[in-house]
Design a binder for this molecule. Structure first.
Ligand code: MGD
Ligand code: MGD
Ligand code: MO
Length: 762
């Protein structure tokens, strides 16, 4: 092969993930954002019994008791929030909103923490300071002036605490709508919709202890070295027990290959590392259903030979729908499975063999499974695989969705959903005495569609970067500007804040790391992690500005201003968050003795019936389901169409970009790249480093991203990858999983063409 040309910022990364590189990156993050004296103290308080919950990810800690767990990306999340940089009224006086909109979210957030409540002034095109009271009064006035409560949309980004989220849903429901777009609608909605159908609850079933007992992990479509870094410690332990970890991922992700645990004195001292994946299958993007069906088909064949491969007793006692699944697998051809998954029959048979030998297996998965047209069906297939060998309700077994935001699961538990159950609404009615709306409301995509159509008039965002996170910014950005009112509770400036409507308010909040003092004294909030553990989190840092208010306090004040005849004494609730938790206890099952139990270090676990082999489905059984065919789309794609997946870099938290490197993938100082398989490059007559244009194959919209540098990467053939959110310009807004509404961010049909001008490539 000829020598690869040099491309600026692209250098292979040969080391393991973790190790000294991670320590160095942490030191750098601290230096750039914080005063160094304060930093070690803050980091030491992360995920400690008396400290705050890490805003980085939703991976649990061993009872929140262990000594400080080193985590590079957790440190970035904490230092990013605890930065000493500030965005003050003086800053806003210097820049018009139009000017600021020219900047990227990376630059905007880089200016630091918001310090004062601000209101948009159309006359000067600037944000100007406003008093909290004036802001609340005006928000209330506009809200009351809407023609219908359903013209208002209440967005939640899953960082909000249980207390803030509960008050937010209470506000919206007393106001009269179930419009709850949330980040989960773009993330694990397929889990929230699929798992209840299969096992009766929309949550993962494994606990941290299960990792000590498992003897097989299938890791599908998630990148823990970057997105759930504390999981690496767990996987490292499992790998060192010689438990097979079989990875399915179109991209080679370094942390899934080799990891040096910064906690391991030996590995750090000797520069060694541990292999994580025992086998790494580079499945084609969107080929997981085919692969899972192949494994199950092989498993059934083994059972036909040996008779004891399936857990027949479990299937008979606990499940329904096995025969239909078996018939469908028999009817699915190996040719289709191989073509769609890009994997060989012999390999999938090997996985089935290993699975057949295991006593307790688990599947861990993330966005590679959910952000597809068939996201919900994919999730249900994973359950099928586990049910075949009774992998629920025994130590070491179960399903483990890697959640997104640190409290996205808790938000759902306390009522952030556009499809509330009748029982929950009945309890709200009984406890509060108002009649909550009964009809289903809008999810995230539906909200944006309503904004595009002009039927949504007001948007209140409890955190997040709504328009940048969603697909098709061209449409979404324009729609935001047609609103009568937008209100953003945030810590840092982002582009959604700047897409101002007729009136827009920016309300700066206390972050997780900061001390929250209310009339009743210092407060803690509570969060629920990926494994359904609920525990307290109390910030300790001095707030970024004396003007900041807590999220519960702001939500309560907006509610009080909007609902003058409210049945709820909002401000009294905020004086002491125990009062909010008492109300949660009275209206949401599983929170008995809430206030007492969060005062025990480590907190408590929410009920998870499948761990006791109890199934809250309509039949009372766990349900097998059938995935029709092997494709995400029911017709094959034309030959020259590639499947684009959008991914996160190592220096990024969703739309928050900490830096421009993606160390483990060998990308430095840039994000404008397209990862391609060398054979796909060659097939298109392209070379490593060529500039390309990407165009979405869409009958309805012309969506393009121009001037991207194509680079060689170890990625499955037919799949290409680019960074989110830059690549969101290529995602059609209506390209969703119809069952869950989740955008198909990981299966966009695209064509790649050499860019007309090759100027910037060398
Ligand atoms: N540091 C950091 N932590 C985070 C976040 C962050 O941005 N930064 N985001 C948080 C949030 S909200 C979430 S939802 C999670 C996201 O965590 P992940 O689920 O890990 O998210 P992604 O990086 O989007 O993609 C995961 C992996 O899926 C693979 N993949 C893509 N398409 C396919 C496919 O079709 N099949 C398979 N098998 N794999 C595929 C990609 O190659 C990538 O390795 O992380 C949370 N934690
Ligand atoms: N193409 C593509 N698009 C995607 C995805 C993808 O994989 N590919 N992933 C999707 C997923 S999984 C998700 S979850 C969404 C994320 O969507 P969002 O949750 O809306 O986005 P974030 O980038 O996490 O939000 C960042 C902003 O949150 C605010 N913030 C930070 N901390 C706090 C806090 O403590 N309180 C408050 N009130 N505000 C705070 C800051 O102002 C910051 O600018 O994006 C989705 N979009
Ligand atoms: Mo997410």
């Amino acid at each position: 092969m000829s020598k690869r040309r040099d491309v600026p910022g692209i250098r292979p990364y040969d080391g393991p993930a973790g190790g000294w590189g991670a320590l160095k990156a942490t030191a750098q993050a601290v230096r750039q954002q914080m005063e160094v004296v304060e930093a070690p103290m803050v980091l030491l308080r992360t995920n400690q019994p008396t400290g705050f919950d890490c805003p980085g990810c939703a991976w649990p800690d061993k009872e929140h008791r262990s000594t400080f767990q080193f985590c590079e990306n957790g440190a970035k999340a904490v230092t990013w929030e605890a930065t000493s940089k500030r965005v003050t009224p003086a800053f806003f006086a210097q820049h018009t909103v139009s000017e600021l909109l020219e900047l990227s979210d990376y630059e905007l957030e880089g200016f630091g923490r918001l310090t004062h409540p601000m209101a948009y002034d159309a006359g000067t095109d600037k944000f100007v300071p406003v008093s909290w009271e004036a802001a609340f009064a005006r928000i209330g006035e506009v809200m009351r002036g809407l023609d219908s409560p359903d013209q208002a949309e209440f967005y939640t980004s899953g960082r909000a605490s249980n207390e803030a989220a509960y008050l937010f849903q209470l506000f919206a429901r007393e106001f009269g709508t179930n419009n709850f777009p949330d980040c989960s609608n773009m993330c694990h909605e397929a889990t929230s919709v699929g798992l209840p159908q299969s096992i009766g609850i929309g949550k993962g079933t494994v606990s941290l202890e299960d990792f000590d007992h498992t003897d097989l992990i299938l890791s599908i479509g998630h990148n823990p070295g970057t997105n759930h870094p504390r999981m690496m410690g767990t996987l490292h332990e499992v790998a060192r027990r010689n438990v097979p970890i079989i990875v399915f991922n179109p991209l080679r992700e370094r942390a899934l290959e080799r990891f040096a645990d910064p906690q391991s004195i030996v590995e750090m001292a000797t520069f060694t590392s541990t292999n994580i994946a025992s086998t790494y299958y580079q499945v084609r993007a969107g080929g997981d259903a085919a692969a899972l069906k192949g494994i199950m088909k092989a498993l059934l064949a083994l059972d036909a030979e040996r008779g004891d491969v399936l857990d027949h007793a479990f299937i008979a006692e606990h499940t329904q729908g096995f025969d239909a699944l078996a018939a469908d697998l028999a009817a699915t051809s190996w040719a289709d499975i191989e073509a769609e998954s890009g994997l060989r029959r012999a390999d999938l048979e090997k996985v089935a063999e290993v699975y057949a030998r295991s006593n307790a297996a688990m599947v861990t998965y993330g966005m590679g499974i959910t952000q597809h047209n068939t996201g919900t069906a994919n999730v249900k297939l994973i359950v099928d695989l586990l049910l075949l060998r009774g992998n629920f309700g025994k130590p070491g077994a179960g399903i483990c969705p890697l959640r997104g935001h640190s409290n996205v699961q808790g938000n759902r538990t306390v009522g952030i959903t556009e499809k509330p159950s009748a029982e929950f609404l009945d309890r709200l009615e009984a406890v509060f005495g108002f009649q909550p709306p009964r009809g289903h409301g809008h999810d995230a995509v539906r909200t944006m569609q309503a904004m595009v159509e002009g039927t949504a008039r007001a948007l209140i965002c409890l955190g997040g970067n709504f328009a940048v996170a969603l697909p098709d910014p061209q449409r979404c950005f324009a729609a935001m500007k047609t609103l009568a009112l937008s209100v953003h509770l945030g810590t840092k400036l982002n582009r959604s804040h700047l897409l101002v409507g007729r009136e827009t308010f920016l309300l700066p909040v206390l972050g997780r790391t900061e001390l929250d003092v209310q009339a009743g004294g210092p407060q803690s909030v509570t969060v629920e992690d990926s494994m359904s553990m609920v525990h307290a989190s109390a910030g300790k840092l001095k707030p970024a500005s004396s003007e900041l208010r807590s999220e519960p306090a702001i939500v309560a004040a907006m509610a009080a201003a909007t609902l003058p005849r409210s049945k709820i004494d909002w401000m009294e609730l905020v004086a002491d968050y125990d009062r909010i938790r008492d109300l949660i206890e009275r209206t949401v099952p599983g929170f008995d003795d809430y206030n007492a139990r969060i005062r025990v270090p480590g907190g408590f676990r929410m009920p998870l019936p499948p761990t006791e082999r109890k199934w809250n489905t309509p039949t009372g059984k766990a349900m097998f389901s059938v995935f029709p065919g092997v494709r995400e789309r029911y017709e094959p794609w034309p030959e020259d169409v590639l499947r684009l997946v959008t991914i996160r870099s190592h220096d990024q938290y969703n739309t928050t970009i900490y830096g421009l490197d993606d160390r483990y993938r060998g990308v430095f100082g840039r994000r404008d790249v397209l990862f391609m398989n060398p054979q796909d490059l060659a097939a298109q007559g392209l070379e490593h480093g060529d500039l390309v244009d990407i165009e979405t194959v869409s009958p309805t919209r012309s969506l393009r991203l121009e001037g991207i540098t194509a680079i060689e990467y170890s990625i499955a053939r037919g799949s290409v990858a680019a960074y989110y959110p830059e690549a969101n310009v290529l995602v059609p807004l209506d390209y969703i999983d119809k069952e869950s509404g989740t955008p198909s961010y990981k299966s966009i049909p695209v064509r790649i063409r050499r860019a007309r001008s090759q100027r910037a490539s060398a």
